[in-house]
Design a protein around this ligand. Structure first.
Ligand SMILES: [Fe+2]
Length: 189
């Protein structure tokens, strides 16, 4: 279940209906795919795509997406920091950013046209659609792990276009969910 925070207002929003409604008002689609289809931790990309074929096909029809793949990164991924550095600054795409989280965690920040910046911590079972043109940035959480299905209208449109606003520098890339912190961190809380 996604966890929303509005840092400028020191506000946290939880619960499916409240999260969905707040994000909808920001132009962001959020939903849960339930029941989740069990996939093994070592499932191949194709096994994951097959397990969620029905949901992917429905989304393709709804959003005009033509391809789907699976992104899979961890702390062991070569060049991870360079990869993240492309997306942790405020940017937009000429393409929707659609992610269904299979495992791990991620932190989206969205800067709506109106209203404060909202941070969205996504985890297993969350589907998020950031429409093309939306200002946003992305970080991993402490587990530095995410496996997610991505959908594309046109992969060429997914190149980040930077705003260079500097707004992203005012927000800490901190995830507030506790379940994925290292065990020694939890015991110290
Ligand atoms: Fe992006």
């Amino acid at each position: 279940m996604a966890l929303l925070t509005i840092p400028d207002e020191a506000q946290t929003i939880t619960g499916h209906e409240a999260v969905t409604a707040y994000l909808h008002a920001c132009g962001i689609d959020y939903e849960r795919w339930t029941p989740a289809h069990p996939v093994a931790a070592d499932a191949t990309e194709q096994q994951i795509l097959d397990a969620y074929a029905a949901e992917i096909d429905e989304l393709k029809v709804r959003g005009g997406y033509v391809t789907a793949d699976v992104i899979d990164v961890s702390a062991a991924t070569p060049g991870l920091d360079e990869m993240l550095a492309r997306f942790n600054r405020e940017h937009w795409h000429d393409e929707d950013e659609v992610r269904f989280i299979i495992s791990g965690h991620g932190l989206f920040h969205i800067r709506p046209e109106a209203g404060p910046v909202v941070s969205i911590e996504v985890s297993e079972g969350d589907l998020i659609r950031v429409p093309r043109g939306t200002w946003h940035w992305f970080n991993l959480c402490a587990d530095r792990r995410i496996r997610a299905i991505r959908l594309f209208q046109d992969k060429a449109g997914w190149t980040p276009q930077y705003t260079d606003s500097g707004v992203d520098e005012k927000f800490l890339p901190v995830c507030f969910g506790l379940s994925h912190l290292p065990l020694n961190s939890q015991t110290n809380l």
